[in-house]
Design a protein around this ligand. Structure first.
Ligand SMILES: [Fe+2]
Ligand SMILES: [Fe+2]
Length: 130
């Protein structure tokens, strides 16, 4: 059993609230996978992730834009990659594939690498008053 991930806190209330939704989504996904409902869980998760992506990434990108974040383009590119991975898994599900384990890995990596490193980096700047 893989250790439970820790949700990185950025100190920006609305962003932290949105990131918690992703964390909760992973918890639900892993719980359902653990009960043997991988395919159904993957279907539900991919839909929530697509919905989450359109809200959260848009919110985050406009926040960064309003602060003239110097790495905005790089950040948008990182978002684009995550969006593309989710779209890829959505297609695999449509083709009948159970991608629940891949989705667990994707969301864990998103929490750890994107939120924990990339998002954390802009938060340092925004929290410093920029
Ligand atoms: Fe984020
Ligand atoms: Fe981000």
């Amino acid at each position: 059993m893989t250790a439970k991930p820790v949700l990185p806190t950025l100190g920006i209330e609305e962003i932290d609230r949105q990131h918690r939704q992703l964390f909760d989504c992973l918890e639900r996904l892993e719980a359902w996978v653990g009960k043997g409902y991988g395919f159904a869980a993957a279907c539900a998760t991919v839909l929530s992730l697509q919905n989450y992506i359109s809200n959260h990434f848009q919110y985050e990108e406009s926040l960064l834009r309003s602060h003239s974040y110097p790495k905005l383009e790089e950040h948008i590119e990182a978002h684009r990659k995550i969006r593309a991975q989710v779209a890829h898994y959505a297609q695999q599900i449509t083709d009948g594939g159970d991608v629940s384990s891949e989705l667990c890995r994707l969301v864990r990596d998103w929490l750890l690498t994107h939120i924990g490193i990339d998002d954390f980096e802009y938060a340092k700047l925004l929290n410093s008053g920029s």
